[in-house]
Design a protein. Structure first.
Length: 230
């Protein structure tokens, strides 16, 4: 099984055995009546399998997700089958696709616009597919390089995650195919050795913008892997 899926399944099983599994649904149904029939986290997922109940349950989780990490994690667990299917079909040429899809889905879930119409599952999957395709332009020879946050302005979520992990975790992710050799080199040179992005880019015959894009995309892919390792 994919190591990210293994880690997510293990984390979910631990959550379902925790006190939060029963206390969270009790708290949620005070705000969201659609979750009133669930006594545990597993109940939430079980009930959302009913076609009639699924839209309201997922919409309720999406409304809670911005301020409640456990609600966001429950929604991510509900959407995992769709992300796995996407990774194995339209992203099958990218062995590290699932890690990036999970990262993109998590970001979309935590920032989901509650006023948005339409089914939550379809909207999140559609947004993730769109963002993933935009990121694939980075790998296209001569393609258009998308705008990314400027380097060195403030610590990103990825930098924070990297700072909490051992170098071995990043190297292990490279061996698993999560990132490629160039991305690993740029991360180690700029995040560990402390050289400037300009110098690291020159060492690999890349422009600063190209190097920033490659590092940014790689660190997005690393986020779910490193968060599980920390």
């Amino acid at each position: 099984m994919n190591p990210t899926l293994t880690a997510l399944d293990r984390e979910w099983n631990e959550l379902c055995r925790s006190t939060a599994s029963s206390t969270a649904p009790t708290r949620w149904r005070q705000q969201e009546p659609a979750l009133g029939g669930a006594a545990t986290l597993d109940d939430v997922l079980r009930e959302r399998r009913a076609d009639a109940a699924a839209p309201a349950i997922l919409a309720a989780l999406a409304r809670l997700a911005a301020d409640d990490e456990l609600a966001a994690r429950t929604l991510l667990q509900a959407l995992l089958p769709g992300l796995v299917k996407m990774a194995s079909t339209c992203c099958s040429d990218d062995p590290a696709a699932l890690e990036e899809l999970v990262s993109l889905a998590w970001e979309r879930i935590r920032t989901y616009p509650v006023s948005r119409s339409g089914p939550v599952a379809a909207n999140v999957i559609m947004d993730v597919r769109k963002r993933y395709r935009e990121h694939r332009m980075i790998d296209a020879p001569g393609g258009n390089w998308p705008d990314v946050p400027p380097a060195g302005v403030e610590p990103s979520a990825e930098e924070v995650a990297l700072g909490r992990c051992a170098i071995g975790d990043v190297i292990s992710a490279r061996r698993q195919g999560v990132i490629d050799g160039l991305a690993l080199a740029l991360i180690l040179r700029t995040r560990v050795d402390g050289v400037t992005l300009e110098l690291a880019a020159a060492e690999h015959d890349a422009t600063v913008r190209q190097a920033n894009c490659i590092r940014w995309r790689a660190e997005r892919r690393l986020r779910p892997v490193l968060s599980m390792a920390s």
